[in-house]
Design a protein around this ligand. Structure first.
Ligand code: ADP
Ligand code: MG
Length: 337
């Protein structure tokens, strides 16, 4: 038997050639290890939602909240707020961060469908045009002029802003109004509110086609009745109806509060998980007001219809979507059967 010759130990350190990058520092190694562990933590979550539709409703107030909304109380579905809509640097940054999250969702195989509101932005243009807004029980009375303004702002401005923010990352987002391809057939919701609508029928065909093409639909919540008359529909309600029609895995609301509170003005009463029975109790206790009501109703309706989970998250928290979807942390309120 012959043994292999043992190589001579190198006693002198060999000088690295100029092309070798400088040594990785301990801090860099630690950061890389942390990144790896974050990705590993995300893996089971990614597996669970891979290839499934997740409907994300981006609230007009989440958009505006980044630009410091004062007096953020329950103002109803489309209540007017201080602040300057999506114009400020902070709001632009918040939108960019939201867009990044949506693109990342898509990149790991989730099929996002975005639905957006725009109440504060409508209020802002109304004000600029010197048009008085009339509210009844916290709901905007929508005459023909107001409908025109709402449609211009939602379809022509907020929808475009979100589509552009996503498409910075590639040719992904396609903007739609509920009027397109008869996505949403509307019916008047209240006799005395004018062109405020309810969802009467959803035809999700176009959304399904877009999603199947790997695209990200971004939906403005204007619907039309059979005669073609347009209606402004509460975006929470639409998000719930779309999640149901698309048989989505999840429905996620990004709003301007940390979650559902059992007592509306007590932040210590935020509930992190609630079954439909618990939600029912909170509704009956009168603890849900204004703009939270259509969200909770949409969550209940969607979960009842088979959507696996519905979430109400704080859209002001950077990357709230990623935290909810891909980490053990979980943020906001989760509604389950
Ligand atoms: P969005 O633009 O996201 O639809 P809304 O203003 O319509 O925002 O709805 C969120 C608001 O609902 C919160 O800022 C809060 O003031 C109000 N609200 C009413 N009841 C509750 C509750 N029980 N828990 C949390 N928020 C509530
Ligand atoms: Mg609202």
């Amino acid at each position: 038997m012959t043994s292999e010759p043992v190589p001579e130990p190198v006693s002198e350190p060999v000088a690295a050639p100029a092309s070798v990058p400088p040594k990785v520092t301990r801090a860099q190694k630690a950061a890389a290890a942390k990144t790896a562990s974050v990705l590993v933590e995300a893996l089971p979550y990614i597996r669970r939602v891979w290839g499934k539709i997740v409907v994300v409703k981006y609230g007009g107030n989440a958009l505006a909240a980044a630009s410091e909304v004062e007096g953020a109380d329950a103002q109803g579905a489309d209540g007017p707020r201080a602040g300057d809509g999506a114009g400020s640097d902070a709001a632009v940054e918040a939108l960019a961060s939201f867009a990044q999250d949506v693109v990342l969702m898509r990149a790991v195989g989730i099929l996002p469908v975005v639905v957006h509101g725009g109440g504060p932005q409508i209020g802002e243009l109304m004000q600029r045009l010197g048009k008085e807004t009339e509210f009844r029980n916290g709901l905007r009375v929508t005459d023909a002029d107001t409908l025109d303004i709402a449609r211009m702002v939602l379809v022509g401005k907020v929808n475009r802003d979100i589509v552009s923010a996503i498409n910075v990352h590639g040719p992904l987002a396609v903007g739609m109004s509920g009027e397109d391809a008869n996505l949403i057939t509307a019916a008047p919701s209240h006799a005395d509110l004018g062109f405020v609508g309810n969802v009467s029928v959803v035809d999700p065909t176009m959304l399904q086609r877009l999603v199947a093409e790997g695209l990200i639909p971004v939906v403005a919540t204007i619907g039309a009745d059979e005669s073609g008359q347009a209606y402004n529909i509460n975006a929470d309600t639409v998000a719930g109806a779309l999640a149901e029609a698309l048989e989505a895995e999840k429905l996620i609301f990004l709003t301007d509060i940390e979650g559902l509170r059992v007592v509306p003005d007590d932040p210590t009463t935020v509930i992190h998980q609630a079954s439909l029975a618990v939600i029912d109790e909170i509704i009956r206790s009168g603890g849900i007001q204004g703009g939270m009501m259509p969200k909770v109703e949409a969550c209940v309706r969607a979960v009842r219809a088979g959507v696996h989970r519905a979430h109400i998250l704080d859209g002001r928290v950077p990357h709230a979507l990623l935290l909810e979807l891909f980490t053990d942390a979980g943020v906001g309120t989760m509604v389950m059967p």
